[in-house]
Design a protein around this ligand. Structure first.
Ligand SMILES: NC(=O)c1ccc[n+]([C@@H]2O[C@H](COP(=O)([O-])OP(=O)(O)OC[C@H]3O[C@@H](n4cnc5c(N)ncnc54)[C@H](OP(=O)(O)O)[C@@H]3O)[C@@H](O)[C@H]2O)c1
Length: 265
């Protein structure tokens, strides 16, 4: 510990998010919906963001029924104007999110030679440019308010290794991993931590049929833990990156994948 730096408080680390204001993009289904419920249960006021606002409203009602603070805001992460409007809407309620989960993302399962340019654009605009727009808008407002915060970019193990037929997706997630490091370096001085969470294959509505199929089963057998993940397998890593328990972590790339990244070649 250098001279003049405060000693961290002793005792067990706190994973509580009480007093925090969280924004979860892509909260209208899948992992984002689960993450929003988790952050809410950990004490945060949660803003649910996506394009399908009617789905957000239904989750908002369920969260409010549990006496937690939840609100919805429309966002298209590929559009700078839409992102700015979403942050303006939160600001109108006195909220500058100090926890952002950049979860909105899309995938494609097409061989590279059959992937048209507009599919590349859709995937990269959502997964990489979208995370950039949300992260920079959020950091700009945090810095202006003199607040620190935590940004968690939901990348993928496909940002670190590859499979056939996912080239734009894998490239976008690899870009997101490196963007995480670049932003962590620039924003540490502002007290803003930026980390990446790289899930392995997690069962959600969009991939359940494939993961339960014969090719899915072959994939499962290559995972060292021999099982696909459940959304709740990401709870510990996300809370670590989000909360004060991870206060000395920034620029980290955390995989939660049953060992898939270390499977034998
Ligand atoms: N499931 C997995 O196995 C897995 C593994 C590794 C990484 N991931 C990553 O985890 C994240 C969530 O995946 P998921 O499995 O939960 O997928 P999902 O069920 O398809 O959910 C994707 C979410 O992203 C939102 N979204 C898409 N385009 C958007 C846009 N332009 N603006 C705002 N929101 C947008 C969708 O909401 P609207 O359509 O309502 O806008 C939806 O809520 C993604 O980034 C994905 O790459 C998933």
């Amino acid at each position: 510990m250098g001279p003049g730096l405060p000693e961290p408080a002793g005792g067990l680390p706190s994973f509580s998010l009480a007093g925090r204001c969280a924004l979860v993009t892509g909260a209208s289904g899948g992992l984002g919906e689960h993450f929003a419920q988790l952050l809410s249960a950990a004490g945060a006021r949660v803003w649910l963001a996506a394009r399908r606002v009617e789905r957000l409203r239904s989750l908002e009602c369920r969260l409010r029924a549990q006496q937690t603070q939840a609100d919805s805001v429309a966002i298209d992460v590929t559009c700078a104007q839409s992102v700015a409007q979403a942050f303006d809407a939160m600001a109108a309620h006195g909220c500058v999110p100090d926890l952002v989960v950049n979860n909105a993302g899309i995938g494609l399962g097409t061989p590279a030679l059959e992937t048209p340019e507009h599919d590349w654009d859709r995937v990269v605009d959502t997964n990489l440019k979208g995370a950039w727009l949300v992260a920079t808008e959020s950091a700009r407002r945090l810095v202006a308010a003199g607040l620190g915060g935590s940004i968690v970019n939901v990348a993928s193990i496909l940002g670190q290794r590859v499979q056939p037929a996912v080239a734009p997706y894998a490239a976008s997630k690899a870009g997101l991993v490196h963007l995480t490091r670049a932003l962590a370096l620039e924003w540490a001085r502002h007290g803003i931590r930026v980390n990446a969470l790289c899930p392995g294959y997690i069962v959600t509505d969009i991939n359940r049929d494939f993961l339960n199929s014969e090719p899915g089963d072959r994939l499962r057998r290559r995972i060292p833990q021999r099982r696909f993940g459940r959304a709740c397998d990401l709870d510990g890593p996300l809370l670590l990156l989000a909360s004060d328990a991870g206060r000395y972590m920034t620029g980290a790339v955390v995989a939660a994948d049953g060992g898939h990244l270390v499977s034998g070649l």
